[in-house]
Design a binder for this molecule. Sequence first.
Ligand code: HEM
Length: 407
Amino acid sequence: MAPGKSSPVENSWKIFEEYHIDEDVGFALPNPLEELPHPYDAWISIAKNLPELIKNGQLRAEVEKLTTFSIDGLQGHKLQRLAHLVLGYITMAYVWGEGDGDVRKVLPSNIAVPYCKVSEKLGLPPILVYADCVLANWKKKDPSGPMTYENMDILFSFPGGDCGKGFFLVSLVVETAAASAIKVIPIIFNAIQREDPDTLQKALLDIASCLHKVLEMFHQIHEYVDPNLFFNVLRIYLSGWKGNPLLSEGLLYEGVWDTPKKFAGGSAAQSSIFQCFDILLGIQHTIGGDSAAKFLQEMRTYMPSAHQNFLRSLESGPSVRKFVLSKGDATLQEIYNECVQAMVSLRNYHLQIVAKYIVIPASQPSKRKQTSEEPSEPKSKGTGGTDIMEFLRTVRSTTVNSLLKED
Ligand code: HEM
């Protein structure tokens, strides 16, 4: 564990404050800000009108007109998160343009310099990440109402109509459903330390039932996200410049670095929730150091640093799996397996989603124009840059193999 960091063994939300985890919304940013003070409101004006500016072919010219602002006026975590979100949207739109293959390989210094500075402050890479477009990109319509899809909206949109709203908000409700399971972690660690299998059993049952609710939230994707718009429009704007032949050298951040840099695109693989419960349950994707494990580790570097620290602190907590094994108690093992099985079910369901939203549309001829002579982005790759199905099946197999077998 990082020196001076609290351990989630202590049953207190104070600990979670330090790790930027909220009692109600979990890893999501509670009540994100919507406006930046002057002069940064110029960024907001562009980001708010992104789909229209792209459609009218004005986006890149508007970005190039911007003055280079110092980021000294952006004090505080929430303002910096909003700036990172807005600059991320602008950068994706600038690079991918109309999504027709006419890409930009240089990000002008008026955006690149403040973007890289804000990114450095937050410990995030200078590209749109899940922590931006999902965790910090939402508001409640009725502030006193519930955190349901119907009562929420996103702050910024890409082309593709409501498809982005659907993808980002369904991911967000999945995140918030997981918040109740995160709350149980300190109880679990305390129970192990006190050698209290009864409390552990109850807490693991709570985790399993929360994970079942997380799965229910996942179902909403079909209602709100159109596969063709997702695949042919939104996905382009979430693409990164690592392992992407359209930007094989990466993106040159003018005025920041002399050589282009490669960063993976926005992907829910950058969510902390699956990794959090993998660690808690001792589902180890690190075995053999295969490429799936490496990718998941790499995705951590796209998470807010407080969440990375939380995952590390869980790794140094007591092992639930070892404790369950050491007790040799059939009921406890069964309940532990119920939690692992819930993770298997989540991953099975996710695989079906990926087949519907990526694999099937990828097998159909594209209706979008390709003006560039450069090679198109490989369709078998996720926005995070993985060879999708192989990667996801490997991760699922490791989860299945973590089920405890009866002797
Ligand atoms: C239309 C819906 C979705 C699609 C098409 C999709 C696609 C993908 C793809 C292609 C990957 C591989 C990594 C990459 O290259 O990006 C991935 C990984 C992942 N996705 Fe999704 N995803 C969707 C929704 C979600 C949601 C709502 C969540 C939960 C918040 C989620 C959580 C994850 C996780 C945790 C991984 C890492 C692999 C794992 O731990 O099992 N995805 N997703």
